[in-house]
Design a protein around this ligand. Structure first.
Ligand SMILES: Nc1nc2c(c(=O)[nH]1)N[C@H]1C(S)=C(S)[C@@H](COP(=O)(O)O)O[C@H]1N2
Ligand SMILES: [Mo]
Length: 413
């Protein structure tokens, strides 16, 4: 079979299928394909079909995209500000590994530490070591940079590669853990340090037949020392396997890829670091960008979503309270406007009380008398820096950062 594995979406689907076949034949146990770990799903609950994602994915909560799963906006409970862990979207380059917290070690090394320890001389922290350090909590969104990618095609008629997310590749969690700054200081970060490179313990990523190594992406020391967490709890419970158990990085406001799950290793360097995740991926490529791509993407842009299904049916003849959320990596959302007539006229939405710095803003809008038939609902937001959602966005081949206003179809019956 010849699949185009250069297409991330095809790649994910092919791997998910191979995974299912191999686990049926019992080939996964003890096999090398998984690198560090086995699928938690396979080990934890043999009755359930094994997959690259450990937790159950009820179709009323998730749209499955191979190794990834998208949250359905119609399943969001308006009263829940936080996304419950069971409903949080999953973005896995390969598969969720099973990691034993008792054996877990975080290894910190590199030329940016005093004494420049090599990878073999790393400063090590166990799970209990990390948990014994003073903890901090941050309420923050994690959003995939490809969130809303499908609208490049759906609204702009453009071809892009990657998982065809609608708007559900985002969740907001209350993350608790130790500040990365604390761990870097204990490890002996030197004034010369410029970049920090966390890598995951999940299997190595293979793209177009080329091994890319562990999922990893550098961060500048300035951000690493500012507000990054090594989180071991999500919403008051230990991290679930799919979201990075035992420990993940949480980089508030930044592209989801920065928040490395199952972090096992942090290189601290006195010179800039690179990985495919800031050279080949997570830059904007295309006719409007330089051949080597844009600068690496860091911050997430402004987006808005209705808490409604795609092509939702709405009952005619009564007022309807439309609810939704808007968010931005740049700062709090200050204004949201809603259009119920395909963008011809706009009304300010009612904002719920102000949200945490890195989370979303909930809002509502009453649609007084929806007439029978097909409609397009639109919502657009402005954040505190003045960044707003445009009508269209320039194309990029990977379909990152679709921040244009989404036209959400509904039918009033
Ligand atoms: N080790 C590791 N970390 C990872 C990934 C991964 O595949 N492996 N995916 C990244 C991407 S692209 C995103 S968007 C977020 C998704 O986090 P979630 O699955 O907890 O929602 O994790 C990031 N961290
Ligand atoms: Mo992502």
């Amino acid at each position: 079979m010849d699949h185009d594995l250069t297409d991330e979406n095809v790649y994910d689907a092919v791997r998910a299928h191979q995974w299912a076949r191999m686990s049926r034949r019992g080939l996964l146990r003890g096999s090398a394909v998984l690198g560090a770990g086995l699928a938690a799903g396979a080990a934890a609950s043999p009755a359930r079909a094994a997959g690259p994602i450990a937790k159950p994915l009820p179709p009323e909560w998730f749209v499955s995209h191979g190794t990834n799963a998208e949250m359905r906006w119609e399943s969001v409970r308006t009263r829940d500000f936080l996304t419950p862990a069971e409903r949080f979207f999953v973005r896995n380059h390969t598969a969720t590994p099973e990691i034993d917290a008792a054996a877990y070690r975080l290894r910190v090394w590199g030329s940016g530490l005093r004494g420049a320890p090599g990878p073999g001389e790393a400063v090590e922290f166990g799970y209990d070591d990390l948990r014994s350090l003073r903890a901090e909590t941050v309420t923050a969104a994690i959003e995939c940079t490809g969130n809303a990618r499908s609208f490049f095609t759906g609204q702009q008629g453009q071809t892009v590669s990657g998982t065809p997310w609608k708007l559900g590749a985002i969740g907001v969690g209350r993350w608790r853990g130790v500040p990365l700054a604390t761990v870097l200081r204990r490890a002996g970060i030197a004034p010369e340090a410029v970049d920090v490179l966390p890598s995951g313990l999940d299997a190595e990523y293979v793209d177009k037949g080329v091994a890319k190594g562990r999922v990893r992406r550098p961060l500048p020391v300035a951000k690493a020392l500012q507000d990054v967490l090594l989180a071991y709890e999500l919403n008051g419970r230990p991290l679930p396997p799919d979201h990075g158990f035992p420990v993940r990085v949480v980089v508030p406001g930044w592209a989801g890829i920065a928040s490395i799950k199952w972090v096992g290793d942090i290189q601290v360097a006195a010179e800039p670091l690179f990985s495919p995740w800031n050279t080949e991926y997570y830059r904007l490529f295309g006719a409007q960008y330089p051949p080597e791509g844009s600068e690496p993407i860091t911050r997430q842009n402004v987006k808005s979503a209705f808490e409604l299904g795609w092509n939702a049916e709405i009952r005619a003849g009564r007022r309807v309270e439309l609810t939704g959320r808007s968010w931005s990596g740049g700062g709090p959302v200050r204004r949201v406007e809603v259009s119920v007539d395909g963008g011809a006229s706009w009304r300010p939405a009612r904002l719920e009380r102000a949200h945490a710095r890195y989370a979303w803003q909930r809002w509502s809008h009453v649609w007084e008398s929806p007439a029978k038939g097909a409609h397009e609902l639109l919502a657009r937001a402005v954040d505190e820096t003045g960044a707003r959602q445009p009508e269209t966005v320039p194309h990029n081949t990977f379909g990152y950062l679709f921040g244009a206003v989404v036209r959400h179809p509904v039918t009033v019956v």
